[in-house]
Design a binder for this molecule. Structure first.
Ligand SMILES: Nc1ncnc2c1ncn2[C@@H]1O[C@H](COP(=O)(O)OP(=O)(O)O)[C@@H](O)[C@H]1O
Ligand SMILES: [Mg+2]
Length: 436
């Protein structure tokens, strides 16, 4: 028997390309985003009446359809007025300096290959002038999409946006507008007032999808992909529920469905049931955590390693001080120079953003306000992933102190054990942050 025959797709229930469920595929319709799309279309339709559209700011959590609906709307605009519009899409997570964004803009608006300017080597003011002159060379409208625009501000402050807005001011002949996309609800507050009012001429909120909406979205995206009856209703419900729980994330819900189908097809199962979805979830989470950990810079890995080791030893909420102490021990053992406690504190916040740690600040009587930290996930698994890095693979923990000098915190707050953490954290996230 041919070794591959049991993997043949003949018995499979797939009738289309599974890629259609992936996030790179552009669907031709977006259920439950009709009003947001309509709003964007209205604003951009000014172009058809020869007026510059307002700048827009699009907010919403990850996976709520911001990037895909924006590309959808913008591509329709291009189709409707090909002579009048040029679109430039920049992902600020990838291009995170004003310089690289300007270069990207210049290159995006020049059709000729030869006109492309190199990613390095030109002084910023030359790029700036070049951009203004190229924009001004044609009397058309430019729509500049700055996706993940908060990343630009995080790295460079509001000045970065100011530079870009200034380009628009200096372009007399042409008209350009910006669509900023962000998942940071406090984005506007971080902006300098000069920049804020101009970025926020129109704002559109993408609220999280609920389970029913996600179910509609998955069902819509599944059309023509699988034979009738091959996906259990309960499996569909489960994917939607997990996505809804995860801040209404359509990407996660769709990924789970795609992986579930892959599992069922590969294992020659008759259909997709809850079992496949649970397997898919385990695989998904492992992959996400693994990718997040292995992409961390070395110092962040050492801070995470310290958090993991400290948590394994103390089995309770950790405080920044003990993580820092063990981090220094790890640096000494492995022969690296430790960063300052302030940098470590920043790194802890970054790890929290990645969803690897979670922290809460509580008032601790005579200890004042204290930041408590926990590792979100299986510490053993985290350690295995961390030790894949050859810089850390010979870590033994020889200098880690068994007895933390912060141990008396237990006496101060005896209920701070790992078991009571979930409650502490849910209390914390359910209530307004205190302003003492
Ligand atoms: N209403 C919807 N209908 C169909 N697919 C959707 C819808 N909303 C989101 N998606 C899909 O979910 C995935 C994540 O969307 P994306 O636009 O990347 O989210 P965001 O940019 O907000 O993080 C993409 O594959 C997208 O096509
Ligand atoms: Mg996006």
């Amino acid at each position: 028997m041919n070794l591959f025959s049991k993997y043949s797709t003949e018995s499979s229930f797939l009738t289309g390309d599974l890629e259609k469920l992936s996030s790179s595929y552009m669907p031709d319709s977006f259920p439950h985003r009709e009003s947001e799309i309509d709003h964007m279309v209205k604003v951009l339709s000014s172009i058809l009446r020869d007026m510059r559209p307002s700048n827009m700011l699009i907010y919403g959590k990850t996976g709520t359809g911001k990037t895909s609906t924006t590309s959808f709307v913008v591509s329709m605009l291009r189709e409707a007025a090909p002579e009048k519009v040029s679109v430039c899409y920049v992902n600020c997570q990838v291009y995170d300096s004003p310089y690289s964004i300007l270069v990207n803009m210049v290159n995006a608006i020049s059709s000729d290959e030869e006109d492309q300017i190199p990613p390095l080597g030109w002084p910023q003011d030359r790029i700036f002038t070049e951009l203004v002159s190229r924009i001004n060379s044609r009397r058309i409208y430019y729509v500049i999409v700055l996706d993940e625009v908060d990343k630009l501000i995080q790295k460079n402050g509001s000045d970065a946006l100011y530079v870009i807005l200034k380009v628009l001011d200096d372009s007399r002949l042409a008209r350009a507008s910006i669509i900023g996309i962000t998942n940071d609800a406090n984005f506007l507050e971080r902006l300098d007032p000069r920049v804020r009012s101009r970025m926020n001429q129109e704002s559109i909120m993408f609220s999280p999808y609920n389970a029913q909406q996600l179910k509609d979205i998955i069902s819509y995206r599944l059309k023509g992909l699988v034979k009738e009856g091959s996906i259990d209703e309960s499996a569909l419900n489960l994917c939607s529920a997990i996505g809804a729980q995860e801040h209404g994330d359509a990407r996660k819900a769709l990924d789970l469905m795609r992986i579930s189908i892959e599992i069922a097809v590969r294992e020659n199962r008759e259909k997709v049931t809850d079992k496949e979805v649970y397997e898919a979830r385990d695989r998904y989470e492992m992959n996400v955590v693994h990718a997040a950990i292995s992409s961390l810079p070395l110092q962040s890995k050492m801070v995470l390693l310290s958090s993991v080791v400290t948590q394994e030893l103390s089995k309770r909420l950790m405080i920044t001080g003990e993580i820092f102490e063990n981090y220094r021990n790890i640096c000494t053992e492995l022969g690296f120079i430790p960063l300052s406690s302030r940098r470590v504190s920043d790194i802890l916040s970054e790890l929290e953003e990645f969803g690897l740690l979670s922290s809460t600040t509580r008032s601790m009587g005579r200890y004042g306000r204290t930041r408590f930290i926990r590792v979100l996930g299986d510490t053993g698994q985290f350690k295995r992933y961390l030790m894949e890095d050859s810089n850390l693979s010979h870590f033994m923990g020889s200098r880690i102190s068994r007895q933390s000098r912060f141990e008396n915190l237990d006496g101060a707050q005896p209920e701070m054990t790992l078991d009571s953490l979930d409650k502490a954290f849910s209390d914390f996230s359910g209530s307004e942050p205190s302003r003492e």
